[in-house]
Design a protein around this ligand. Sequence first.
Ligand SMILES: Nc1ncnc2c1ncn2[C@@H]1O[C@H](COP(=O)(O)OP(=O)(O)OP(=O)(O)O)[C@@H](O)[C@H]1O
Ligand SMILES: [Mg+2]
Length: 457
Amino acid sequence: MNNKTAKAYPTKTFFVTMITRDITFEDCILDLIDNSVDGASRSEGNPPINLDDGDDLSKYRISIVASSDKFSITDNCGGMTLNNAADHAFSFGRRTSEAYDAYSIGVYGIGMKRAAFKLGRNIRVRSTFTDTDGSRTAFVVPIDVAEWLNNDDPPWDFDIDDAEDLDENGVEVVVQELTREAQTALGNPEFVENLRRIIARDYSLYLRRGLNILVNDRAVDGISIELRKSDEFVPMRNHYEDELEDESDPENKKVSVEIIAGMAAPPPESTEPDDKIDGEKGFGWYVACNGRIVLAADKSAVSGWGTPNWPQWHRQYTGFIGIVLFTASNAAALPLTTTKRSVDVSSNTFIRARLRMRDVSKRWIAYTNARKYNLANAKKKEDKAAVISIQNVENQPTIQLPMIPKQRIERRANVHYSVPVSKMKQLAKGFGSIQMPYREVGLKSFEYAYEDLVEDE
Ligand SMILES: Nc1ncnc2c1ncn2[C@@H]1O[C@H](COP(=O)(O)OP(=O)(O)OP(=O)(O)O)[C@@H](O)[C@H]1O
Ligand SMILES: [Mg+2]
């Protein structure tokens, strides 16, 4: 049994069918947008993206066209260089030799390939960039998936051909021969509308800086997250530096964390579900990694609800918004999942942040409990809190919420008795109307006796 080895080479089919399985079409498209956003950041010198006003990104445009027979995304964000395409961009997984761009969203080296394979079978990635000698260069990487799948033998590569320049430096990804599932999704106007909503939310920090994202020729407006503030309701804004334990390079260890949280809207008066106002939707915890929102309005165990010492989300907690921003020059330090649709709950950086999040959530839970006993007083205070955008929230170690004085609630006695109907009707007549409901007759007779026997004493 000597000199035997077990083959461990991957197959192409694995990459085309398996890695595309656990991601939605929306998230695939977001992966392509992420690459364009990273391109824009690169062109701007890789600034960190946080809540502060930063570089103006209004000269950058990402345009997505989705239909049942074709998908394309085109950006003017600087383009991919020929060297990058040859050595890195089309590899499955990032090579250790490949340096990270500071503050990038891209981490794993898989997003673009996974997105293209998920969408279709005929892929063209075209890039135009300005080379180091100042000349403009264009190339295209055409991928015929069926043909490429024919042979698993290494080396695996894609041809790079000459191409016509794009109008501006940037990248264009065109996918045709869409998969059957992609045809159905992309041809559905509701899918496109939902995609717009997701983009408006998840790139809100970039859209705020002027970045243009268009879906089927219509610009997407970013949402703005707002809280409420008054003397008594003060949102928190707390910033701290976290460090990875398992990273030796001091520069690669650092993750900057900012938590902003507070009342975004008064909690509901009743905890009964109300279909008319879809009240709960935007509330809960948000998480952004290098500016990209990866978890939105979360009410699940991911952001802590229903985990030890933390109750399940309940309608009563509606009105709360918290956002945690993780920013790291080394994107691998961020607590992201590969689909960028959630956080890696095993990340110690995230676990440490969650302890702080729990403290904040608990304060809010306590407030929503207290207000139930004196709703009128609480509502008066809540009405005084004015809208403030999260950007304008000042530093404050934790959320401040008013003390609601407990209103003394009188204990009530319920009475139930039965009497002959004829007598009841006569008494009703005595009180002025034979039609008077029995309940009212009961109450009136109580008041009558009370006045006579108690108050006149
Ligand atoms: N629109 C673009 N503009 C410039 N470069 C791009 C663009 N799209 C892709 N690239 C290059 O291709 C590389 C590979 O992209 P891909 O999405 O596969 O991986 P990644 O972004 O590095 O990591 P992740 O898997 O986390 O997305 C990027 O790192 C980038 O260098
Ligand atoms: Mg990417």
